[in-house]
Design a protein around this ligand. Structure first.
Ligand SMILES: Nc1nc2c(c(=O)[nH]1)N[C@H]1C(S)=C(S)[C@@H](COP(=O)(O)OP(=O)(O)OC[C@H]3O[C@@H](n4cnc5c(=O)[nH]c(N)nc54)[C@H](O)[C@@H]3O)O[C@H]1N2
Ligand SMILES: Nc1nc2c(c(=O)[nH]1)N[C@H]1C(S)=C(S)[C@@H](COP(=O)(O)OP(=O)(O)OC[C@H]3O[C@@H](n4cnc5c(=O)[nH]c(N)nc54)[C@H](O)[C@@H]3O)O[C@H]1N2
Ligand code: SF4
Ligand SMILES: [Mo]
Length: 884
């Protein structure tokens, strides 16, 4: 008998850090709702947060340690990890080992991993996937503010009169923040939104102005803005004089540039540029939100400083409704930065290069040693794994074979490494397959600790599920290895609360207001206080209540307490050549999370986009003879992938977009990071994943196929395939370079050898359909055609849901379209209620002319709201069609 309970926790996906209430019923059922009291979301959740209950099942989970592919007990696995790391260090020195960790670890996990590497192993070879995510923002903050501090808070987005979104698709990637802006804008239409993104993303929906700049045109754009602000006397000379230095040099650097060259580099019409500049100049309350379009660039750090320069110049920093705002991606990207999880940081915002900082941390930890120089950053780390300098590697909570640039080299490097440990919650990730030792970690819902969101707010994640199998928390795994490496005393924690208290104490240790990260108020908290910990914002010094905004009155963390203007330079970032004439841009979709190890388990989240794709502009499609729904091969100097073409006006000509999510478990050949070279920003070391020269060509398939299947097939013999969960089973897209010699054998290979197998071939068109039944129960349908299969996917999927199909109706299944009376929902728009585009269009045709009335009629968009921008588009399209 399960005791029903209601537990407050935090969403494990994006850096908005929404509060969640998880209710566990007596039958074990879990329901997830937004926490109405949490200041990040006040009850809201997006599609991913709302579908969390679907992803906590144990299918695919790693539940027991494995050594060499065989199940092992913890003692054996931990002893082996400790022995191999110790032995490698003894023979080759501390820099021969490395940890590659993640912003999806909790702060406590992160803290002990960093402590073990930097203070007890004595190397700084610990880097994190935040290198691929936040490193440029960290470097930019440190250059400007002397510390890695986000000055503002979420409320500023509502208080602003202008929100500038730079390289951020907030509607899909930080949906609850987006919704907060939508609501604020409805209340106060004078709140303007400007979007700066080469693509016209869904976030353009609320934008009053969209600048479709050239790839990496941002530095030029903000240099131009600084010049404009200076020439229009919008400079806050008083703020600059009191709190900053270097303004003249930064302005001179901007003014030295040729105006026309600058405009060409930005790539938008002069009039539109002036409109944006004027808007920025006259709007005191301006927040500039930026994300991966800024960070993931070879000029990422300069982009950050070019933005911050404009905010410093206008004194718009850390005041209500004003400030530069780097939004974090992962749930604990910020926590990782606090503990010093990057290879070039130490701990609690202290730096490796600073002898005093080293001494401070060394003494606090009572450590036998301390790292004396920065360790290898992610790209260099995997190169060092590849060339044998690193001989033992421990990967925790990240999937680098999918998410690292030069992914195929990374895969080979890991495969060649003498000793690889992977701690994960999923058994079969592309990275886990290469591990010598696999360690099962507790997943969200089972583990406890803290995370920090984009506005420096620390919240608790609390467990509400029992630990399955013999999975253990990441902090426990790390400390058990540390103990076995001879550091029992320094890692003798009994619970996450002990680690959090130590982390808090270190943040305040010898911190006389010299370090911005200070949560000394919690240095002595006990387990009960930890259990009850309410969300708070750092800094939160002893006897202080936490801080929403910083730097309005200066107080930066440089030697002289002044902020620094950085004289950024314009560098050439035009990379296309005649061989690779397009710019490949990569990023996210609404309903998937990274490498899909979790969202791929949810049929709801797998319907919005069910296969990997490339977005391409009509002009380019014509130029390269590609039509919508063709399969295309995209190649760069490194490698090639196969994906579906989506022809769209959202893309600017010359640039294509491929999502980062698909891995080798869900598609034959769609890991986009195989295409991305390890080119990095020279200051932050962050890879430039959004500007890669590429080529596109049509993949000439002889046969295309679509199938719905009750069971996932073991093997798919096709050049192209992409599989996704759907209601009742799986949906599969395939393409073959040559027509199968024996189509029936091919079909039974996929559908299984059930008793009843029916088949239809249209001799004229060459189209074929197969269906297979077991005792009247449909096992699967396969459609094959010489062109992309045109059958309603939703209708085919709905056939899986019908329990038995009468013999007379079986032909309708083969006809591959809905019979009379069976509506085709169309592609799913609302993931929460499974409402398709046809249902929404029908509601609009019946007279629903707003998102709200569509919601009343169909329920679409009435739960998490992530699909509202798309519904609005359908409504608008209809209005436009009527107007014409
Ligand atoms: N649904 C969903 N949400 C997520 C995640 C997820 O996987 N799925 N991941 C989370 C994580 S870890 C992160 S880091 C965030 C990322 O959140 P975002 O940064 O918003 O997401 P991306 O799609 O990577 O990139 C944002 C935009 O940058 C644009 N861009 C490309 N090049 C340039 C350029 O040169 N200049 C400008 N100005 N823009 C450019 C792209 O066209 C893209 O629309 O999302 C978080 N939220
Ligand atoms: N081309 C391109 N590449 C990119 C990006 C891009 O925009 N374009 N974005 C980059 C960015 S911003 C990011 S953040 C990265 C993300 O890339 P990854 O970090 O590789 O992505 P995830 O799929 O989130 O991987 C997390 C892994 O940890 C496991 N896991 C989940 N919870 C736990 C836990 O509690 N403990 C342990 N031990 N394991 C757990 C999951 O099963 C999964 O295998 O990708 C980067 N790569
Ligand atoms: S916006 Fe969505 S993914 Fe991000 S924390 Fe909130 S519910 Fe989770
Ligand atoms: Mo990220």
């Amino acid at each position: 008998m399960i005791v029903p309970r209601s537990v407050k926790t935090t969403c494990p996906y994006c850096g908005v850090g929404c509060g969640i209430v998880a209710d566990v019923a007596s039958d074990g059922g879990v329901s997830i709702n937004g926490d109405t009291e949490h200041p990040a979301n006040y009850g809201r959740l997006c599609s991913k947060g709302s579908a969390l209950a679907e992803t906590i099942g144990l299918d695919g989970r790693l539940l027991y340690p494995e050594v060499g592919g065989a199940r092992a007990d913890w003692e054996t696995a931990l002893d082996l990890v400790a022995a191999r790391f110790s032995e490698t260090i003894r023979r080759y020195g501390p820099d021969a080992v490395a940890f590659y960790v993640s912003g999806q670890l909790l702060t406590e996990d992160y803290y002990v991993a960093n402590k073990l590497m930097k203070g007890f192993i004595g190397s700084a070879n610990i880097d994190t996937n935040s290198r691929l995510c936040m490193a440029s923002s960290v470097a930019g903050h440190r250059r400007a503010f002397g510390s890695d501090t986000v000055p503002g808070c979420y409320e500023d987005l509502e208080l602003a009169d202008l929100v500038v979104l730079v390289g951020s698709n907030l509607a899909w990637c930080h949906p609850v923040l987006y919704q907060r802006i939508v609501v604020a804008k409805e209340k106060r239409p004078e709140l303007k939104v400007a979007l700066i993104d080469p693509r016209r993303t869904t976030s353009a929906d609320i934008a009053d102005i969209h600048l479709s700049i050239r790839p990496d045109g941002d530095v030029a754009l903000f240099l131009g803005l600084l010049r404009h602000l200076a020439s229009n006397s919008t400079i806050d000379a008083d703020y600059i004089a009191r709190y900053a230095t270097g303004f003249e040099q930064a302005l001179a650097a901007a003014q030295a540039l040729d105006r026309d060259a600058l405009i060409r580099r930005i790539g938008v019409p002069h009039s539109q540029l002036e409109e944006f500049y004027d808007l920025f100049a006259v709007t005191e309350r301006t927040v500039t939100v930026y994300s991966q379009g800024v960070n993931q660039s070879s000029s990422g750090t300069d982009k950050v400083n070019a933005i911050i320069n404009c905010h410093l110049a206008t004194g718009r920093v850390g005041k209500p409704g004003m400030g530069p705002f780097s939004v974090t991606g992962q749930p604990n990207a910020m926590g990782g930065r606090e503990v010093g999880g990057l290879a070039n940081m130490l701990a609690a915002h202290m730096t490796i290069e600073d002898a005093n900082d080293r001494d401070c941390v060394h003494r606090f930890w009572r450590a036998p040693t301390i790292a004396t120089k920065p360790g290898l950053k992610a790209v260099d780390m995997f190169r060092a794994v590849g060339d044998g300098r690193i001989k033992a590697l421990w990967i925790m909570a990240t999937n680098p074979v999918v998410s690292m640039p030069e992914a195929e080299n990374v895969r080979q490097a890991i495969a060649s490494c003498p000793f690889v440990v992977v701690s994960d919650v999923t058994a079969d990730t592309d990275t886990a397959k290469l591990a010598h030792v696999l360690l099962p970690a507790l997943a969200w819902g089972e583990k406890s600790g803290t995370v920090t969101n984009s506005e420096r707010r620390i919240s608790r994640q609390r467990s509400f599920l029992r630990a399955p199998g013999s999975a253990r928390p990441d902090w426990w795994i790390v400390t058990e290895v540390a103990k076995r490496m001879g550091h029992a005393e320094a890692f003798a924690y009994s619970a996450p609360a002990d680690i959090f208290a130590e982390h808090a104490a270190l943040s305040a240790f010898e911190n006389i207001g010299t370090r911005s990260f200070d949560i000394g108020a919690y240095a002595n908290l006990d387990s009960r206080a930890y259990e009850e910990l309410e969300p708070f914002q750092w800094p939160c010094r002893v006897n202080s209540p936490g801080t929403a905004r910083m730097f309005a009155e200066g107080g930066f963390y440089t030697q002289d307490r002044r902020a620094r203007f950085v004289p950024v330079r314009l560098t050439a970032e035009e990379r296309t050549t005649s061989d690779f004439p397009l710019t490949l841009n990569t990023g996210r979709v609404r309903d998937h999370w990274h490498t899909m190890t979790r969202t791929g388990k949810s049929q709801r989240l797998s319907q919005h986009y069910a296969e990997p794709f490339v977005e391409i502009h009509l002009e380019d499609a014509k130029r390269f003879r590609i039509t919508d729904a063709d399969l295309v091969r995209i190649s760069t100097g490194l490698d090639a992938i196969l994906v579906r073409a989506l022809v769209t006006p959202r893309q600017q000509p010359g640039s294509i977009f491929v999502p980062m999510h698909w891995n080798d478990q869900f598609a034959s050949c769609a890991r986009v990071d195989r295409l991305v070279p390890g080119m990095t920003d020279p200051i932050s070391g962050q890879p430039a994943s959004k500007n890669v020269p590429a080529r596109i060509e049509r993949f000439h398939a002889a046969t295309y196929g679509f199938a719905v299947l009750r069971e996932r097939p073991k093997h798919i013999a096709a050049e192209y395939w992409a599989i996704a969960k759907c209601d009742g089973g799986w949906r599969l897209e395939i393409a073959l370079a040559a027509e199968p010699a024996d189509c029936s054998a091919f079909a039974s290979g996929l559908l299984g050898k059930a008793r009843d197998f029916i088949f239809y071939r249209d001799l004229q068109t060459g189209r074929m359909r197969f269906a297979c039944y077991d005792n009247g129960r449909l096992c699967g349908i396969l459609f094959l055609a010489p062109e992309p299969v045109a059958v309603s996917r939703e209708w085919a999927i709905s056939q899986l849901a019908t329990t038995t199909i009468a013999t007379g109706k079986r032909n309708a299944v083969l006809a591959g379209r809905p019979g009379p009376g069976a509506a085709d929902r169309g592609a799913i728009v609302c993931a929460c209620f499974g409402i398709g585009v046809n249902e929404i269009a029908a509601a609009v045709a019946r007279g629903c002319c707003t998102v709200a009335t569509v919601g009343e009629a169909t329920q679409a968009g009435t739960n998490c709201g992530s699909c509202r921008p798309e519904i609005r588009k359908i409504v608008d399209r209809h209005a436009l069609a009527n107007a014409n």
